[in-house]
Design a protein around this ligand. Structure first.
Ligand code: URA
Length: 226
């Protein structure tokens, strides 16, 4: 493992558990996306070969929406439809996500940006592996730096753990306002999980209300502009 990888993993809070399970000693070097502008970042993601997923994807899926959005929603990884269309959350889970947005007065692309932790489709819709997450997360970190959202909503366990840097259940993380690098972060269930687990939709609604309230509080604290 290179020194730089070690430093990144430390910074991400990815301790020995993640490393032992997934990040291989012979895995490719992590990407240095820290100084890229938006166009460079998109090009780097489109051509990325940092993990094995590039061999089976149709295309990398960068993200969609308003690049100056206040709201940033983060999922796990593109599914088969997203891989085909090049846009996150366009399948069944995406339809539910659009309805979740609508329920709190939001719309894809309108002050909202949507992306994933991992930009390439894992075969057979399996969960991304820890080494794939570790290889891809520098892109997400840079996306967040460039977008500078007021609020992040993580959808499901993979996105929540990746940004909070620790393993935890959604049940234990939801209902609170966390922070990613000083940006308030709210955790909720992944829409694909909600399609299978209808009884948790009410909890997701509570999470969305918390997100909306948090955004209102953030906006009311902003100094008025002339
Ligand atoms: N699930 C995700 O996490 N992201 C997508 O883009 C689609 C499904």
């Amino acid at each position: 493992m290179t020194g730089r990888r070690e430093i990144y993993l430390q910074e991400m809070g990815l301790g020995p558990v993640w490393r032992a399970r997934g990040v291989q000693a012979d895995a490719p070097d992590l990407v240095d996306a820290g100084a890229m502008d938006s166009a460079e970042l998109k090009a780097a993601v489109a051509g990325c070969t940092a993990c094995e997923l590039h061999k089976t994807r149709t295309q990398a899926v960068f993200g969609v929406g308003d690049e100056n959005a206040d709201w940033l929603f983060i999922g796990e990884a593109p599914g088969a439809e997203e891989d085909a269309q090049g846009e996150p959350f366009v399948g069944q889970a995406g339809k539910l996500l659009d309805n979740m947005l609508k329920s709190i007065g939001l719309k894809r692309g309108d002050n909202v940006y949507i992306t994933n932790v991992v930009k390439s489709h894992p075969p057979n819709n399996r969960n991304p592996l820890p080494n794939e997450i570790a290889a891809c997360i520098p892109y997400l970190r840079r996306q967040i730096d460039l977008i500078q959202p007021k609020l992040i909503v993580t959808l499901g366990k993979i996105a929540s753990e990746a940004l909070l840097g620790r393993e935890a259940t959604i049940a234990s993380l939801r209902g609170k306002v966390h922070a990613y690098q000083g940006i308030p972060l709210i955790v909720t269930y992944h829409p694909a999980y909600l399609l299978r687990t209808l009884q948790d939709k009410a909890r997701a609604w509570e999470d969305l209300c918390l997100a909306k309230q948090t955004m209102q509080d953030l906006c009311s604290k902003e100094p008025a502009t002339l």
